[in-house]
Design a protein around this ligand. Structure first.
Ligand code: 13P
Ligand code: SF4
Length: 335
């Protein structure tokens, strides 16, 4: 339960049934990223990568979007569907890439390259989206870069590893911001090599947020949905998975006879550490229930509420929302 410290009376509730009931009451849709807990994946109406989730959020006819992912993903839902109520189980579910790109510093960096087009990975704040020309995800980034005139200077932010990978595959030099993902950066190359030796027939599949030292071992590199498709297309085979390990739940469902090995993190003392995304892990079934319960209770109140577990409704200043919408709509148009 990730330490939510819920009162004992919650333990007596059938949370799955309660969430289903609240979903009807609120006319809500539950969207979840592949990195969420299995329990959340099982109850979600839709599971996807960042691009799928953005599209779904823009197209849903539900009144309430309950977003199980990290905060920037829920903000994207609000930016694209401002008339909907968007709630999130825990506002502390951030992202190291977002943290690595403070808007004031990024504005100064951008000012140093006045002729550059600002291409930004969706893992960033609404403020950074408002400073950007086009947003990309790891699913559509190459396709979008290929549509930009060859003589156009490009800034790519905030992920330096994804930026370096995209420069390589698209043959375009880009001016890179220096952010990174604390999850994809930490898989141990030493442990990866051990896994490769012990499972010589396994495909190494990797998310492009990994550094080049890890990507160089991979036979398939892609977004979460691309990795999932690769495993589905290779029934019964073996895979060493270099991305957040909760996606393996879906991989097992779509390839039941496949074998999946996640790569550990090793700390400086040589101890194996948890390799899950600590931000995604903040969401759990209890917090999901609590935010839906409180959305139902607070429906007539000021939208700027937070519950005792850190959940609440996404509220964006309208100028900021409009500023961020342009670069996101451009992405949807080009992908
Ligand atoms: P995807 O868009 O590939 O799902 O990636 C999201 C993410 O946060 C990866 O760390
Ligand atoms: Fe952010 Fe990395 Fe977690 Fe993805 S895995 S949400 S990039 S910290």
């Amino acid at each position: 339960m990730n330490g939510s410290n819920f009162p004992a009376d919650l333990a007596s509730l059938d949370l799955v049934e309660e969430i289903k009931r609240l979903k009807k009451e609120l006319n809500a849709v539950i969207l979840a990223h592949y990195y969420q807990d299995e329990e959340i994946q099982e109850i979600a109406d839709f599971i996807g990568d960042s691009l799928d989730l953005s599209r779904k959020a823009a197209a849903t006819d539900a009144d309430v979007i309950v977003f199980c992912g990290v905060k920037f993903m829920a903000e994207v839902a609000k930016i694209l569907s401002p008339e909907k109520k968007v709630v999130i189980p825990d506002f502390k579910a951030g992202c190291s890439l977002e943290d690595s790109c403070p808007p004031d510093q990024f504005a100064k960096f951008k000012a140093k390259h006045p002729n550059a087009l600002v291409l930004t990975y969706i893992n960033c704040s609404a403020e950074i989206k408002a400073l950007s020309d086009i947003i990309v995800t790891s699913t559509n980034a190459k396709k979008i870069i290929d549509q930009i005139p060859k003589d156009q200077e490009i800034i790519f932010a905030p992920d330096r590893h994804l930026g370096a990978y995209l420069s390589k595959v698209s043959g375009r030099e880009m001016i890179l911001w220096h952010g990174s993902c604390i999850v994809h950066e930490q898989f141990s190359e030493k442990e990866l090599v051990k896994l490769k030796v012990n499972h010589p027939n396994a495909h190494v599949i990797a998310h492009p947020e990994c550094p080049e030292s890890l990507l160089s071992h991979a036979s398939h590199i892609g977004s979460t949905s691309s990795l999932l498709k690769f495993t589905k297309d290779h029934q019964g085979e073996e895979f060493i998975v270099l991305t957040e390990p909760h996606i393996i739940h879906q991989m097992r469902k779509t390839n039941p006879s496949g074998k999946f090995f996640d790569c550990p993190f090793i700390d400086q003392a040589g101890c194996t550490m948890c390799n899950a995304c600590p931000y995604m892990a903040l969401n759990d079934l209890e917090k999901l229930y609590a935010v839906m319960r409180d959305a139902a209770t607070n429906s007539k109140l000021d939208s700027n509420w937070r519950n005792d577990f850190g959940g609440g409704e996404i509220v964006l200043d309208e100028d900021l929302r409009k500023g961020a919408e342009g670069s996101l709509r451009k992405m949807l148009e080009l992908s």
